[in-house]
Design a protein around this ligand. Structure first.
Ligand SMILES: [Zn+2]
Length: 338
């Protein structure tokens, strides 16, 4: 992995390169933008570039004081990806680069990883120990907070206290899909770097490099809203319903019955199904300009709004699938009309 493998985010990467060359790194950065567009990968590569001890050095020299000195401009702008620092960051094993996410919190609280929806105060207290300690191996301590929008209010206030007087050589990278979920007082202490949705062609390229057949990669890319994560979510949903027959009268009910039990997950999954139907009816409408497909599009958009209200995601999805099937649109991977 290297910066060159991060696609479609040239503006953000160029700015980070300027920071690396200047060696004047703000103590707190926010990487803001949709999920699945490369924010975390970029944060990881940036951390590598900041703490890289460059290729060609002996591993033991990592502990030597001279390795803690800032590197030259040329060396800083590109991680070697092979020194012990880069390798440890890649494996989440670098003692000066901490990643706060559901894995970190699950291990800390000895709880299931997929239940860690919010970043609790315990996680912030845990990293605070390292924030005020000296770096162990590298010149800088770096804290990458995934889904910072999920910081509880208590956690945000604790984070704010740190950001008010951050220790020297400590850098925070808050990764966020919606920066406005953060306190204005946190926002005012961070430099925000915006990440954009990826072009569909780049999502397709990334998927096909990862062994997804090109025809499917194109289809997922076109309805992904520029997010690799969303494209993979769609792929997983398609696989989940691949055993159902669209001609089965109970098709809609079977898909609806398979929604997750947790309401927020059911809402999310039903929303993705609706996005697929919307993309397909839009594509069909562009081809034949029929009123049927235009009306269907309007109905599907209305269903999407209902999802945000207190209406059962299962009922909405069933209604949407039935309406769509009446105009010949199904949701399976076999539908090539996208
Ligand atoms: Zn390196």
């Amino acid at each position: 992995m290297s910066f060159s493998k991060i696609l479609g985010q040239n503006k953000a990467l160029n700015f980070l390169q300027i920071l690396l060359k200047s060696e004047r790194i703000p103590p707190a950065l926010i990487f803001n933008g949709p999920e699945g567009v490369g924010k975390f990968l970029t944060a990881k590569e940036f951390a590598k570039a900041l703490n890289c001890i460059k290729s060609g050095k002996e591993d033991e020299s990592l502990f030597a004081d001279e390795q803690k000195k800032p590197q030259t401009e040329k060396e800083l702008t590109k991680p070697c990806d092979s020194c012990i620092s880069c390798e440890q960051i890649e494996k989440r094993a670098h003692p000066d680069v901490r990643i706060v996410d559901s894995v970190f919190q699950g291990l800390l609280l000895q709880d299931e990883i997929n239940k860690q929806k919010n970043i609790k105060i315990e996680s912030i207290r845990e990293i605070t120990k390292y924030v005020y300690a000296r770096p162990m191996l590298s010149a800088r301590k770096i804290f990458i907070v995934q889904d910072a929008g999920n910081l509880t209010m208590e956690s945000q206030n604790a984070m704010l206290k740190i950001l008010e007087e951050p220790p020297a050589d400590t850098i925070f990278i808050l990764i966020c899909a919606c920066k406005n979920l953060l306190l204005p007082t946190i926002l005012s202490r961070c430099h925000v770097i915006e990440f954009k949705p990826l072009p569909a062609s780049i999502v397709t390229d990334i998927l096909s490099v990862n062994s997804i057949p090109l025809n499917e990669a194109i289809m997922y890319g076109e309805i992904s809203d520029g997010s690799v994560k969303k494209a993979l979510d769609i792929k997983n949903l398609m696989e989940k319903i691949s055993g159902f027959d669209p001609m089965d009268p109970a098709y809609a009910f079977k898909i609806s019955a398979g929604l997750p039990k947790e309401l927020y997950l059911a809402r999310e999954e039903a929303g993705t199904f609706l996005d697929i139907l919307i993309a397909r009816s839009h594509a069909r409408w562009k081809i034949n300009s029929s009123n049927n497909h235009k009306n269907l599009l309007t109905k599907l958009m209305t269903f999407k709004k209902y999802l945000k209200q207190n209406v059962s995601p299962g009922l909405i999805l069933e209604s949407a699938l039935i309406e769509a099937s009446e105009t010949g649109i199904s949701i399976g991977v076999g539908d090539k009309n996208v």
